[in-house]
Design a protein around this ligand. Structure first.
Ligand code: PMP
Length: 461
């Protein structure tokens, strides 16, 4: 077979891709008909595809390329580490410098007494660690019956058996025999879709109270932990009303429920602080991390664990671990990424420059005829598409029909936005400039205009 390279014609690459590559979250049949978009290069916030199109990446890959593409310092860090020690494990009382340095750095950056890191290869793996860790914690405390983990409908926590069970995505539970036992889901704080006539504040408070209700129903002696994303990402960038998190924190404190903040998206600057937990003013016992930890340059995730949980777990052997827990190359890349985030004050840029600029431009989209609410937290944002702003109505067509049309218009206008049902979402690289933000929002508006035209023509309004 000829070497498969960037120089091959797109159609040939697409045919090979469809024949041999099984894609995540993709209808393979549709992909075979249409052909995948093949990304060949990237720099800053810009992607180049095999046809030479330049696209503004409004999603930072999958919410992960926080420092932007093309930072050769990370490539150098990887190459250095591969030459020195490409691999060694951290099992059985061994360690290596990259894992030591990264865990110490994360302990320094994480709030409160979150001083201990259990590494994984991804966010999903880290959440599987969390399930076993919190259940084992309570077992070690003589309460093995405290095994239920409460999560939320429309949450996303990953794709492994454990993580997808924690998640509240119905189409995921429908495949492969999920959820695993002792996972319970409460309703989400999505005021736009579910708030009816109540104010966002009252609704946020009521949705937090669902946690207390569930604890009473399930029995306090059975509940181990509550897990949630500070801002739901894959569920549609659902920014909770301000009343939500304070009440959740109060309930976790009152009933001694461990709080797990899934920071896979919110962590490493996305919300304008190092962690979403700081933005939401909560005190988790465990934070799940991945994505922005290495800005996606190397696969790495983990759990940052508080003193109490780590000390109890540490009294015995935790029979858990991954070949790539603390992988030296991934850890070195992550360290270099954290250095850049810190030394270049990327989080300050989000908080003081890019975040406020994007907020102003993004919220202005709410005047578009198709747009209901426009929500934003730091550098993650969403707009709800609706045929009727006043009633917050859904379209008569299947959920996602209009969102998909809009997404396709975005691609045609060389801006990557995603749709979750009929919500459009963005999560650009944190280093995006104000000029690039203007281009992003201008292309988004143009795509909305074209979407409105198409939706009107097709009689979907
Ligand atoms: N948690 C959250 C909040 C996520 O958004 C994701 C991925 N989108 C995950 C966990 C899973 O991470 P991974 O895909 O690295 O397994």
């Amino acid at each position: 077979m000829d070497a498969i390279t960037n120089h091959m014609p797109t159609a040939e690459l697409q045919a090979l891709d469809a024949a041999h590559h099984m894609h995540p979250f993709t209808a393979q049949k549709d992909l075979a008909e249409k052909g995948a978009r093949i990304i060949t290069r990237a720099n800053g916030v810009w992607l180049t595809d095999s046809e030479g199109n330049e696209m503004l990446d409004g999603m930072a890959g999958l919410w992960c390329v926080n420092i932007g593409y093309g930072r050769s310092e990370l490539a150098d860090a990887a190459a250095r580490q591969m030459r020195e020690l490409p691999y060694y494990n951290t099992f059985f009382q061994t360690s290596h410098v990259p894992a030591i340095a990264l865990s110490a750095k994360l302990a320094e950056l994480a709030p409160g007494d979150l001083n201990h890191v259990f590494f994984a290869g991804s966010g999903s793996e880290a959440n599987d660690t969390n399930i076993r860790m919190v259940r084992h914690y309570w077992a070690m405390k003589g309460k093995p019956e405290k095994s239920i983990i409460i999560s939320r409908k429309n949450a996303y926590h990953g794709s492994t058996m454990g993580a997808a069970s924690l998640g509240g995505m119905v189409p995921m539970h429908e495949q492969g025999g999920l959820p695993i036992p002792d996972i319970h889901h409460i309703p989400q704080p999505n005021w736009w879709a579910e708030g009816g006539d109540i104010s966002p504040e009252d609704f946020g408070f009521a949705r937090a109270k669902e946690l207390e209700k569930a604890i009473h129903e399930l029995g306090e002696e059975r509940v181990a932990a509550f897990i949630a994303e500070p801002v739901q990402g894959a569920g549609g960038v659902i920014v909770p009303p301000e009343t939500y998190w304070p009440e959740i924190q109060r309930i976790c404190d009152q009933y001694s429920i461990l709080l797990i903040a899934d920071e896979v998206i919110c962590g490493f600057g996305r919300t304008g602080n190092w962690f979403g937990s700081q933005t939401m003013n909560i005190r988790p016992h465990i934070m799940t991390i991945a994505k922005g930890l290495s800005s996606g340059y190397a696969p790495i995730g983990g759990s940052i664990v508080c003193d109490e949980v780590a000390n109890v777990i540490g009294q015995g052997e935790f029979n858990h671990g991954y070949t790539y827990s603390g992988h030296p190359v991934a850890a070195s890349v992550a360290l270099e990424n954290l250095r850049i985030l810190e030394e270049e004050n990327v989080i300050g840029h989000v908080r003081d420059v890019a975040g406020p600029h994007l907020k102003e431009k993004w919220e202005a989209l709410a005047d578009h005829p198709l747009v209901g609410e426009a929500k934003i937290c730091g550098m993650m944002a969403s707009i709800a598409l609706t045929p009727d702003k006043a009633t917050r109505a859904a379209f008569a067509a299947d959920a996602g029909t209009v969102g998909f049309i809009c997404r396709e218009r975005c691609f045609a206008n060389n801006v990557v936005m995603r749709h979750v049902g009929d919500r459009m979402i963005i999560s650009p690289p944190l280093v995006i400039s104000t000029d690039e933000i203007d281009q992003l929002v201008e292309r988004a508006r143009r795509s909305l205009d074209e979407c409105l035209e198409e939706v009107t023509q097709k009689g979907l309004l």
